[in-house]
Design a protein around this ligand. Structure first.
Ligand SMILES: NC(=O)c1ccc[n+]([C@@H]2O[C@H](COP(=O)([O-])OP(=O)(O)OC[C@H]3O[C@@H](n4cnc5c(N)ncnc54)[C@H](OP(=O)(O)O)[C@@H]3O)[C@@H](O)[C@H]2O)c1
Length: 168
């Protein structure tokens, strides 16, 4: 499985339940391009940030909640990391993307072989963070795009990290 996130200079990813900033070209060229037709896994709180709580279209949506009675039409609901790992081993043909938020990234990072981080060259006020991959010995940044200038006025790069604990 793989993780995908947009993080600022301090690895901030969210504030007061919402995104720090939405970069339309990143949504389109990175997030949509990589996740379309794939399986996406996210936390119940991230689902609540989506407009009208609508699922992401043209993707298999897996929502994590500890509430055994939680339901969301059209989504698969899972109740722990182990459920997702078991699902992955039953469906090796599916490409699974962990798409947030902070708690879900923390829990699934050890199982991710790759992380794609759109790294915004700005520091926002944040209260939700992606783990700092530059401090993790098993994670290595293996590529970084040219600087992309967002129409929102922020520069960012798309950085690809590999987890050597999983990749041979
Ligand atoms: N920049 C980005 O790329 C990006 C991407 C996604 C989200 N975000 C931001 O991240 C923030 C949300 O992150 P968050 O950490 O507060 O919430 P979250 O990770 O989206 O969701 C947390 C919820 O997921 C469920 N959950 C978490 N771990 C679980 C486990 N092991 N087993 C079963 N259920 C589990 C629980 O739901 P229940 O409470 O229902 O039990 C928990 O309250 C927001 O600010 C959002 O905008 C940023």
């Amino acid at each position: 499985m793989r993780a995908i996130a947009a993080a600022d200079q301090n690895w901030g990813i969210g504030h007061e339940g919402g995104l720090l900033i939405s970069l339309p070209e990143d949504q389109r060229d990175t997030f949509r391009r990589l996740t379309l037709g794939k399986t996406v896994v996210y936390g119940r709180k991230t689902m609540e940030t989506f407009p009208s709580h609508r699922l992401l279209s043209d993707r298999k949506n897996i929502i994590l909640s500890r509430d055994p009675s939680y339901a969301h039409e059209g989504a698969l609901i899972m109740h722990g990391v182990g459920d997702v790992l078991a699902y992955e081993s039953r469906h090796p043909e599916e490409e699974i993307w962990i798409i947030g938020g902070a708690e879900i990234y923390r829990s699934f990072l050890p199982y991710c072989e790759e992380a794609v981080i759109s790294r915004i060259r700005h520091t926002f006020t944040a209260d939700a963070y992606f783990p700092n991959l530059d401090l993790r010995l098993n994670w290595e940044k293996i590529s970084s795009s040219d600087i992309i200038h967002s129409i929102r006025g922020y520069d960012f790069t798309v950085d690809q990290y590999y987890n050597h604990n999983i990749c041979q």
